[in-house]
Design a protein. Structure first.
Lengths: 256, 450
């Protein structure tokens, strides 16, 4: 954010730009703090989404519409979504406990974080203070998208290709790790599944639900088959099979 | 196309000069268009599906049942708003809102028409346009996923979560196919602004065949047919419509991510689905079907592409595409999840990549004219078509007869009904037959059947 303000200060800032900045900058900051402070992992991710959206708008504001939109599509739309995907599988009730596993960890993290921010901020400030800005008109002379494309495919083509090679390697590596080689004869097709289902010894229909024709709605009460016998197929294997006594099934006197 | 009509095309410089009331009016118009499209879209869908299933559909409220959706919406507003105990309250509240906002925002860069004059202001019929307008559309659709995913997660129950996870996987996969098919449009049009793409589809190159000058089709649906097909399939996947409505599969996930939603929040989800359908139709029209430009036979009339008329063509195309959406729903069964993923990653994506490669190869050929374009694209396409039609099919395995199948059944299999079972005639039919043919009944007045 320091960069953008420095760059913006070099030229004149229009009212609309200033208003948008002063609305979104606090929001982005709140998002950042909320991401760290939120105890629920999904809430953390959502705060980060807020920050990323604000950053996207900032890019657009800084006359970089392409990078702004790409920020929203790629980071907010795809990467954070995958992140959320994983977090949801972890379980919605998994919240961070506030107990420190390492003594003084939190204070150290805050101090180090502030120190890092200070370092980066000063470094950027020192670097950008003395540079003369070329101006957006010059950069976007042939259009924002075309300008980026020219840089990507001429000056930075090697870095660009290296990055893509890195990403492809990562993707291929993940696929190799996750891939399970399955022999052709091990594959079960639909026909053989059906044959196995109707093979002698297998009951093809659905299992009776617990409590069907039973005297109680408890899952421990076995269902009755149409001929009146009890079936243990309807109860979980760990539950003992029993039928309620007359005393238990009698009305409790609460509904009179 | 003569220069006077090209002047109707708005350029990027034409945007951002409207007075505030005009901007407000355009925004309200786009919003109202989305809402009205929902109102009529639900009715349209139910009527068309009803027609396809040989039943009337809603026909009681208002003329032709037009007000049915309004009545349903009113009813929904008065329903109890249920907040599940396990729900994450804030996220649960925001999820439908995100969906609707993303669906409606996308309408802001859709060009409804050319430059028109509104109260003396010469202005394009489009809320706004930016150099990366199409990316804005993509961003809206990728943010729209959040509404569904968060709705599914925040409900705090199993089926919605499954629906939410499905939809996130689905929409991310199909966004890739969608983005890649738009790349072909970018390459051909040379711009990412929606008005620029519409303009690029309009500059009709002339074909001269046997001394006859014919305006060559400029629509990208024809020039970039593979992109168009893939884009439309991806659109259906992106809007969660049948046959890709896995996130809300009624028969397996109850209603997927919106199981726990009721009242106005459910109405918002419903609204966002239909607005997204209309928005996506509008985007498809803009990118591939020439936008607000009149189709060929109408362009014979000189004024077809100027003034307010183009809005009519635009709405016509959008309605036609919405009809295709409904048609798909009425025709195709829902895909299984793995089939769906296979289609996205193993069919659409590779075809798309190869097609983009071919297209960029074609474009880099130096002396490039329309005839060369048509020959280079048309002949391989024709050969491919003929090859697919006449491709020898694999020799089918001889199917065993019923008797062989019965004989091969293992011992103790389920009892089979007799294979030569004759369905006994209905008693009503026998009576009719008996009355018609009394000769079949044994003579004797006492045994006479009535």
């Amino acid at each position: 954010m320091t960069t953008s303000t420095v760059l913006a200060a070099a030229n004149s800032v229009s009212t609309g730009e200033a208003v948008t900045f002063w609305i979104l900058a606090p929001l982005a900051l709140i998002g950042g703090i909320g991401m760290v402070a939120a105890r629920n992992a999904v809430h953390s991710a959502l705060w980060l989404v807020l920050t990323m959206l604000c950053l996207g708008v900032f890019y657009v504001l800084q006359a970089g519409p392409f990078i702004g939109m790409v920020q929203i599509i790629v980071y907010t739309g795809a990467i954070m979504m995958l992140f959320l995907f994983v977090l949801m599988l972890v379980g919605r009730d998994s919240t961070d406990s506030l107990i420190e596993t390492l003594r003084g960890q939190r204070v150290a993290a805050i101090v180090l974080g502030l120190g890092f921010a200070g370092l980066v901020g000063t470094g950027l400030y020192q670097a950008l203070d003395r540079t003369t800005t070329a101006g957006l008109e010059q950069v976007n002379a042939e259009g924002n998208v075309q300008g980026i494309a020219r840089l990507l495919f001429t000056k930075y083509v090697f870095a660009f290709e290296l990055t893509s090679a890195l990403l492809i390697t990562a993707a291929v590596g993940a696929m190799v790790l996750a891939h399970v080689e399955r022999r052709k004869q091990d594959k079960v097709d639909q026909v053989s599944t059906m044959k196995a289902r109707f093979a002698p010894g297998n009951y093809p229909g659905p299992k009776p639900g617990p409590g069907v024709f039973a005297t109680s709605s408890s899952v421990a009460t076995p269902a009755r088959l149409p001929d009146g016998r009890l079936t243990d197929r309807s109860t979980p294997a760990i539950l003992p099979q029993r039928e309620l006594t007359a005393e238990e099934t009698a009305l409790k006197g609460t509904d009179r | 196309m003569s220069p006077s009509f090209l002047a109707q095309d708005p350029t990027l410089a034409d945007f951002g000069r409207d007075p505030w009331w005009l901007v407000l009016g355009k925004v309200v118009f786009a919003f109202a268009f989305g809402l009205l499209a929902t109102l009529l879209g639900v009715w349209f869908e139910r009527r068309v599906v009803g027609y396809m299933q040989v039943r009337p559909g809603p026909n009681q409220v208002g003329p032709f049942g037009l007000l049915q959706t309004l009545a349903d919406g009113l009813k929904m507003a008065f329903k109890e708003d249920i907040l599940p105990k396990a729900a994450d309250k804030v996220v649960y509240f925001f999820a439908p809102t995100i969906s609707v906002i993303c669906a409606v925002t996308a309408l802001s860069v859709v060009p409804f028409g050319p430059m028109v004059s509104i109260f003396g202001h010469h202005t394009p019929l489009q809320v706004t346009d930016v150099p990366v307008a199409v990316l804005l559309l993509l961003a809206c659709s990728s943010m729209g996923v959040y509404g569904i995913v968060l709705g599914g997660w925040a409900s705090g129950s199993t089926y919605p979560l499954l629906g939410g996870l499905r939809s996130s996987a689905q929409m991310i996969s199909y966004e890739v196919a969608m983005g890649l098919s738009i790349v072909a449009v970018f390459m051909t049009a040379g711009t990412m602004s929606t008005s620029g793409i519409v303009a690029a589809q309009g500059d009709g190159t002339q074909l001269t065949i046997w001394g006859q000058t014919i305006p060559a089709p400029g629509w990208y649906a024809i020039l970039l047919l593979p992109s168009f097909i893939i884009f439309f399939i991806a659109t259906v996947g992106e809007t969660n419509r049948a046959p890709f409505d896995l996130p809300e599969a009624e028969s397996e996930l109850v209603a997927g991510f919106m199981t726990e939603y009721s009242s106005l929040k459910f109405a918002l989800f419903m609204l966002s689905e239909y607005v997204a359908m209309v928005t996506m139709s509008a985007v498809t029209t803009t990118l591939f079907l020439g936008g607000w430009r009149a189709p060929w036979p109408i362009t014979i009339w000189e004024g077809a592409n100027s003034g307010w008329w183009p809005m009519l063509w635009f709405f016509g195309k959008v309605i036609a595409l919405v009809f295709v959406f409904v048609w798909l729903r009425g025709t195709l069964p829902r895909l299984r999840y793995d089939q769906f993923m296979r289609l996205g990653w193993k069919v659409l994506l590779p075809i798309n990549l190869v097609w983009i490669l071919v297209l960029s190869g074609l474009r880099s050929i130096e002396d490039w004219d329309t005839r060369g374009k048509v020959i280079a694209v048309g002949i391989p396409a024709g050969i491919l078509l003929i090859a697919t039609i006449f491709w020898p099919s694999r020799k089918p395995k001889p199917t065993p007869t019923t008797q062989e199948q019965v004989d091969n059944r293992p011992h103790g299999s389920f009892p089979l009904p007799p294979m030569d079972l004759q369905v006994p005639p209905s008693p009503r039919i026998t009576r009719v037959v008996a009355e018609r043919e009394p000769a079949n009944i044994v003579a004797g007045s006492d045994s006479r059947e009535v």
